[in-house]
Design a protein around this ligand. Structure first.
Ligand SMILES: C[S@@+](CC[C@H](N)C(=O)[O-])C[C@H]1O[C@@H](n2cnc3c(N)ncnc32)[C@H](O)[C@@H]1O
Length: 193
């Protein structure tokens, strides 16, 4: 890791604590980086950039030919994240300032092979459904904070249950857990009835 990225990550973590920005924990970042290295996605998508802390971590695990698109709806967060990516001279991150619910349907179909969801908990079902068409057939969805904020995403859990979609929950740190869903397991029978 370059010194500037290491320093920026350290600084962002400090700013995150001071300003109560819910950045991923270091344990979670390490877990996700290992998962990225294993899956080696060509095109990764993050929903919820905040100050760019997680995106910077992810960029370190992506291969040289891979890229990350990250979406943030708060202008101040987006501009701060962009400044951080520029300062770190990271070239494989594209930051989009927009409401994810509105921009997701406009993104390229069957393009992203790893989709990380970490934005407004009560909107998880909307992000997930809007991401299905832009995911490749073998994409993986990583959905953050699924235990601590379960009450805010009951509609998402219900939808998974009603559609019999299998998922795995990994305890990545003492704080919370992530959910892993394989796109190939998302079979929506009612589409064909
Ligand atoms: C938990 S924070 C993201 C933390 C970041 N992934 C990290 O670990 O460094 C969630 C972010 O999602 C953003 N957000 C909330 N609703 C959104 C939406 N509909 N579209 C895009 N971003 C959204 C919030 O402004 C906030 O900055």
């Amino acid at each position: 890791m370059s010194q500037i990225i290491a320093l920026t990550l350290k600084n962002l973590k400090k700013i995150g604590i001071e300003h109560e920005i819910p950045n991923i924990t270091e344990e979670n970042a390490e877990f996700l980086k290992n998962l990225i290295s294993e899956r080696n996605p060509q095109h990764m998508l993050e929903i919820g950039t905040a100050n760019g802390y997680s995106a910077l971590h992810f960029s370190l695990a992506l291969s040289e030919s891979s890229d990350l698109v990250t979406i943030e709806q708060a202008w101040n967060m987006h501009t701060f994240a962009v400044e951080n990516f520029k300062n770190c001279k990271v070239k494989n991150i594209t930051a989009i300032w927009w409401d994810a619910k509105k921009i997701l349907p406009k993104l390229r179909m069957e393009y992203f092979d790893l989709i990380y969801i970490d934005a407004m908990k009560k909107e998880y079902l909307e992000y997930f459904l809007a991401s299905l068409t832009i995911a490749t057939a073998y994409a993986v969805f990583i959905i953050d904070d699924v235990e601590k904020f379960r009450d805010k995403m009951e509609d998402f859990y219900e939808w998974l249950h009603d559609n019999q979609i299998p998922y795995k929950i990994e305890k990545t740190d003492i704080d919370d857990s992530i959910m892993i869903i394989e796109r190939k397991d998302v079979v929506l029978w009612d589409k064909f009835s």
